[in-house]
Design a protein. Structure first.
Length: 87
C-alpha cells in the first residue's frame, strides 16, 4: 500500500482502535504505522488534546448548572420565606 492509503486507513480505523474494537493484527499494524508516520502521530495527539478540552468543558458546564440550580433554590426559598412572613 502507498503512504497515503496507509494514512487514510489509519485515520478511518482510529476511532475503533481507541475503543478496542479492532483485531489484534490490526492493532499491531496501527502501532507500527504510528511509529513510522509523523502525520498520523500528530493526529493522535490532536485527538487526545481535544479529549482533554472536552473533559474540561464538561466540568465547567456541570459547575455552571450547579451554580444556576443553587441560585434558583435560594431565590425560591427567599420568596417563600417573604410570603410566609407577610401572611
Amino acid at each position: 500500500m502507498t503512504k497515503q492509503i496507509d494514512c487514510a486507513l489509519y485515520q478511518d480505523l482510529y476511532e475503533l482502535y481507541k475503543e478496542g474494537e479492532v483485531e489484534e493484527e490490526t492493532v499491531d499494524w496501527m502501532k507500527m504505522h504510528e511509529k513510522s508516520c509523523i502525520h498520523c502521530l500528530a493526529i493522535k495527539e490532536k485527538v487526545l488534546e481535544n479529549k482533554t478540552v472536552d473533559a474540561d468543558y464538561q466540568k465547567i458546564r456541570s459547575i455552571r448548572l450547579l451554580t444556576i440550580g443553587m441560585y434558583s433554590f435560594f431565590m425560591f426559598i427567599s420568596m417563600w420565606m417573604s410570603l410566609w412572613y407577610f401572611l
